[in-house]
Write a protein that binds this ligand. Sequence first.
Ligand code: TXA
Ligand code: MG
Length: 306
Amino acid sequence: MNLDKYIALIKKGEVVAFPTETVYGLGADAWNPSAIQKVFKIKGRPSDNPLIVHVSNLEQVLDFVISIPKEAQELIDAFWPGSLSIILPKKPEVLDSVTAGLNTVAIRMPDHPIALNFISKTGPLVAPSANTSGNPSPTKANHVLQDFGSDFPVIDGESTHVGLESTVIDLSEGEPTILRPGSISRKQIEDVLGNGIHESFFTKLVQPKSPGQKYSHYKPNAEVKWLDENDNLSDKAILFLLTESDHTAPNQVNYDGDLALLARELYDRFRQADLEGYSKIAIQTFNDSDHSIVPALLNRINRAIS
Ligand code: TXA
Ligand code: MG
């Protein structure tokens, strides 16, 4: 795939959407203040919500963080490239607009050949999910165009593989704490760092450590709910089933217990429900505590319900 025109746009201080393995990112040069302003403006993102820096090699990390502590190095060795964003104390020269004035910065190396190739040519990019603030993260190039218009520069990498945003872990002080669950689970992290990793995403913090947690998440116009036996599913319901069932609805997507596929398609289904005017999205509860995607799926579904 020829990326030259997209690389030129980034070098000119423009923004370009590109695929990662989690969701599409809205990329801008991490050292260009006016490019970063464009990211906030295009998304309608509050300026106190910091961005994740995306790198394509390990040398780039040391331009942003003061040092790479042992625990961070162990996670990098185990999971990068991959869907784990690591928060560390930042170097003073990192732009305040990237970190929203915090003294820490979030970094990840995405596991996607197009993203890695692109960043290796542009240098490190900030990349929030490439959606209008309040919409579901994009998992297809077409979702980006739905939000930003049909002329918007987006590198088409087809559907993203994971479908939910990266795990965010704070290693900047005190105990390692997962601030956002993603496809890399606490258990996988504990296999590397040892047991006792904290999590702060289920509790409602008065002052959330991850500013993103305090903003309301995507709620489709349709009511999202867990399916229960008394559900009277009218013709305007969309139903996700995780196992075989007797339920019949005009639009029923049976994932047959495939939680990874549900994660991959969840945001697309949310968008579909709204585009097609469904009034209800009923999801059959699932119970598969061993699957690493479960905490992230429950987190995104419950945030859409709440
Ligand atoms: O999978 C992903 O992470 C995608 C793809 C494009 O890489 N990106 C993404 O970015 O989800 P965004 O901006 O939509 O979410 C970043 C989250 C926000 O909740 C933000 O508050 C948090 O990470 N965050 C970023 N920097 C932080 C920091 N220094 N301290 C605490 N939270 C931080
Ligand atoms: Mg986002």
